[in-house]
Design a protein around this ligand. Structure first.
Ligand code: SF4
Length: 342
């Protein structure tokens, strides 16, 4: 039964009219499953399970993302990515807390160094959104929340790695940091002679497009390092006009835009959904880069798509789209030097 939809529409219209800044969006996330259920007019019977699952991994949804969900539809592909539910609480063989073994590739706090030429700098311990399938849902962000001294330690480590070419700002979502902090960090990295690329892994321009500020464009365009932004977008419905406009501004600023999606049962496991995603990304100036097989993290088993089906889907997409819009189907295997193509 659809409830309260007019109220949700009114709230949404008020928010759109107010021209909110991204900091306002971050301060006003939907974190209470009861509010999410109410705003979307969903069946309140889902609530007890949602509350239990949110106890282990909190609900976090920016309101611009919520606006793109279909009211009254419990199978909405955006809703399924964020709504906590009972399947998360069921144990599943082969699913663990640290599916990628990152805990062993953490040489100094804040750094995950698995590959020779590039490393991850955990620039922030939070995201704007909590995706239920996230492989880092149990990552010890608390231990990687960097003090000033630890930041210096991480930079020192980067300076000492001659073979390093690229630093990947990751998290959490690095764009939850403000542009002043990020510009300073980009400056410190640009001063390391052996680096030539700076990559940012982020979902924020998709879930809260007001994050694409003039200041963000200025430091990305102003660094001597080649800027690459890898988005995380799983479904064409995640891209509305505002997201598209923001991405086009990034592109116009000279930022290379790529996307990595995760193949998720019930969300994008059809040729039609994956093809529509490829087209929507291209319309926004973004190339589909990777389609990831799910990392087997505890609580995410219900999203898994088997390899045979995944390969079949990619074959289907190849028949629909030009080759440059067909993402590479990959899996991350602990201990491997790079992602493993299927
Ligand atoms: S945005 Fe990425 S890192 Fe953050 S919760 Fe979602 S999948 Fe995890």
């Amino acid at each position: 039964m659809i409830q309260h939809v007019p109220a949700a529409s009114e709230i949404i219209a008020r928010e759109e009219a107010s021209g909110r800044r991204w900091q306002d969006e971050m301060a006003d996330l939907v974190t209470d499953p009861a509010e999410l259920v109410r705003l979307l007019g969903l069946d309140p019977k889902q609530l007890p399970d949602a509350l239990r699952a949110a106890g282990g991994f909190a609900l976090r949804v920016p309101r611009p993302y919520l606006r793109r969900m279909r009211p009254g539809d419990p199978q909405d592909p955006l809703l399924l990515q964020v709504l906590p539910g009972a399947p998360e609480l069921e144990p599943a063989a082969g699913f663990s807390g640290d599916p990628l073994g990152e805990a062993h590739a953490n040489p100094v706090p804040g750094v995950v160094h698995k590959y020779r030429g590039r490393l991850l700098l955990i620039a922030a311990g939070q995201c704007a959104i909590n995706c239920r399938y996230c492989f880092r849902r149990e990552f010890p962000y608390g231990d990687n929340h960097l003090s000033r001294t630890q930041w210096q330690g991480a930079l020192e480590y980067i300076r000492g790695q001659d073979g390093l070419r690229e630093v990947i700002l990751s998290g959490g979502d690095p764009l939850v940091l403000n542009d002043r902090q990020l510009a300073r960090l980009a400056g410190e990295l640009a001063a390391v002679p052996h680096l030539d690329k700076l990559r940012v892994h982020t979902r924020l321009p998709v879930v809260a497009p007001s994050r694409i500020t003039d200041e963000l464009l200025a430091w990305l365009a102003g660094t001597r390092l080649k800027p690459v932004l890898v988005l995380h977008c799983n479904h064409a419905n995640e891209i509305d006009g505002e997201v598209r406009a923001g991405l086009q501004r990034l592109r116009a600023a000279g930022v290379t835009l790529l996307n990595q999606a995760v193949l998720l049962r019930g969300v994008n496991d059809s040729v039609a959904a994956l093809s529509a995603l490829g087209e929507a990304l291209f319309d926004s100036g973004v190339l589909p880069y990777y389609l990831h097989q799910l990392d087997r993290v505890r609580g995410a088993a219900h999203f898994e798509v088997d390899d045979e089906t995944a390969l079949e889907l990619v074959r289907g997409v190849r028949e629909q789209l030009p080759g440059y819009l067909v993402p590479r189907l990959v899996r991350e295997i602990p201990g491997e030097r790079s992602k493993t193509p299927l």
